[in-house]
Design a protein around this ligand. Structure first.
Ligand code: DON
Length: 313
């Protein structure tokens, strides 16, 4: 962070958060996973971290929330580490869908019936089946340890209330799992695969955990604070490209134009984004717009990108 930008962020971030917070009441908190509906609609928080450990935060950054779809970026990376590119891309494609994240339309309409990309639900469920491990609990434990390593936080854990709430109500994801099994995409028992998926979606984090995970991606897989290469550079490149083309669901094109950074959102209102080579950014704002992205969070990122000229394009 240059001193000038750092000073501007320190000075302006609290005001920009408060301006964006007003948009919270124009959106809705997700309720299709019943436990998520308890999140505070007016919350908005952000944490920005650079490679020297300098950090700036504002708003409700103490709030804990579940990663939901943000976790899909990191299970993709773990599946790539476990299986290599060829095996992974025989089960999921590389293209955006333009459909909702939970749509299964194209699994029947387009052949071969593999999910279009690893960030839609069908794709992430297929990725869950590729995580190495003796049992579903073993696979989930590996995922959790990997996330702890990237976040530099050994106490990351599941939010069991959200996990149970999703598992009990996930009829659509279940039907997707069984269709994928029938299409020959899923290995193993469908319920076991879904359990790995529900667990990684329910890992609980704060904005600073997301910022740290994002910083590793922003640094091409190296943890700049420890100097350790945690992810091969090629897999980070793949992950960042998917974040750019599909990370904000079917609003990814608009986000690329308005913000211009690789990002991944989740239905709990989290957004993980980064300025490659410079910052990791974690944000939460549980009130969602019609596309399922944090309404105030997207607004805040637009402001940051436009004020500080952050777009990569
Ligand atoms: O499967 C679900 O519906 C949630 N666990 C995750 C959804 C989410 O965050 C949006 N996905 N792209």
């Amino acid at each position: 962070m240059t001193t000038k930008e750092w000073n501007q962020l320190r000075k302006m971030l609290p005001q920009w958060v408060e301006e964006s917070r007003r948009h919270c009441f124009d959106g809705k908190v997700a309720s299709y996973i019943p436990e998520l509906s308890k999140a505070p609609i007016e919350a908005l928080g952000i944490h920005i971290l650079d490679g020297r450990g300098n950090a700036v935060s504002a708003g409700d950054c103490g709030l804990s929330f579940t990663m939901q779809s943000i976790s899909k970026v990191f299970t993709l990376i773990l599946a790539l580490i476990d299986n290599g590119e060829e095996a992974v891309f025989s089960k999921v494609g590389m293209e955006p869908t333009g459909d909702n994240f939970n749509s299964m339309l194209k699994l029947e309409l387009v052949q071969p019936g593999i999910p279009f990309n690893p960030l839609i639900n069908a794709g992430a469920i297929a990725i869950s089946s590729l995580i190495a491990g003796e049992s579903s609990l073993d696979k989930s434990a590996r995922v959790l340890r990997f996330f702890q390593l990237l976040a530099g936080n050994d106490s990351l854990d599941y939010d069991y209330d959200v996990y149970r709430s999703e598992s009990e109500t996930a009829n659509l994801n279940r039907s997707m799992g069984y269709l994928l099994k029938d299409n020959g995409v899923l290995e193993g028992d469908v319920e076991d695969v879904l359990d790995v998926y529900f667990r990684h979606c329910s890992i609980s984090v704060t904005c600073s955990d997301l910022a740290k995970m994002a910083l590793v991606l922003a640094s091409n897989g190296k943890d700049p604070l420890s100097g350790k290469q945690l992810i091969p550079r090629r897999y980070v490149q793949i992950a960042k490209t998917f974040m750019t083309t599909c990370g904000m669901y079917n609003a990814s094109g608009e986000f690329a134009i308005q913000v211009g950074l690789p990002a991944k959102s989740g239905v709990s209102g989290g957004i993980l984004t980064m300025l490659p080579g410079r910052y990791g950014i974690g944000l939460v704002g549980p009130s969602l717009n019609r596309k399922g992205n944090s309404i105030a969070g997207v607004e805040l990122l637009q402001k940051l990108s436009q004020q500080l000229d952050w777009s990569l394009f």
